[in-house]
Design a binder for this molecule. Sequence first.
Ligand code: ZN
Length: 266
Amino acid sequence: MGRIDALGEGVQGLHLGQRVGIPWLGHTCGTCRYCHTGHENLCDHPLFTGYTRDGGYATAAIADARYAFPLGEEGDDIDLAPLLCAGLIGWRSLVMAGEDARTVGLYGFGAAAHIIAQVAIWQGRQVYGLTRPGDRKTQDFARDLGAVWAGGSDEAPPEPLDAAIIFAPVGALVPAALRAVRKGGRVVCAGIHMSEIPAFSYDLLWEERQLVSVANLTRQDGIDFLSLAPKIGIRTSTTRYPLRDANRALDDLRAGRFEGAAVLVP
Ligand SMILES: [Zn+2]
């Protein structure tokens, strides 16, 4: 999140002082087969903010103007920041779950799930929150946000799900989620990394269940989601950390010491 204090030559549609957000996907080549076919999220030569493109963890950054999303003046920087990463990957995952998915299970009810649950409910879907077994606090959090049911990932939701999205980087959740979806249902893996998926019996996949993954985002995802977010009135739950405490933020995340999203403030 930041404000534009200089514009490169030829940049159009943005102005000095404007508040923008830079997502994880910071640049694409525009020439590879994926860029040419509407799949720039799979670009062969991408740059990722704060990873292969510097400035994601800094007080000033140079951004590719095509990947700087205007965010208006409504709302606080801290509250909006999670939309740029957790929100966008959650959005793409929800789209991948399919428009006809009326019942959606969210495995790992953290930053992405707490945002996308609000979107799914606004769209008229029923959300089921699945957390670490015994994590009552997060299950209450999911119900507070409107989940019709919340329980441990080792429990079976009360009815077969149309789709499940796995946000937790835990391979063992893949067979668990396949077990929870109905015939023809879809399981979407939303993480970049996941621990090894244990072997499972083919009958969990049979009957046309689908297992897919989501990678990155497209600019269209950004436009679609960020224009919808204010209409839905998404409220993020955030815990802020100074940048020097980034490792503590990760530690707290692993230990489940906060609900929602952690936000680093350089
Ligand atoms: Zn490309």
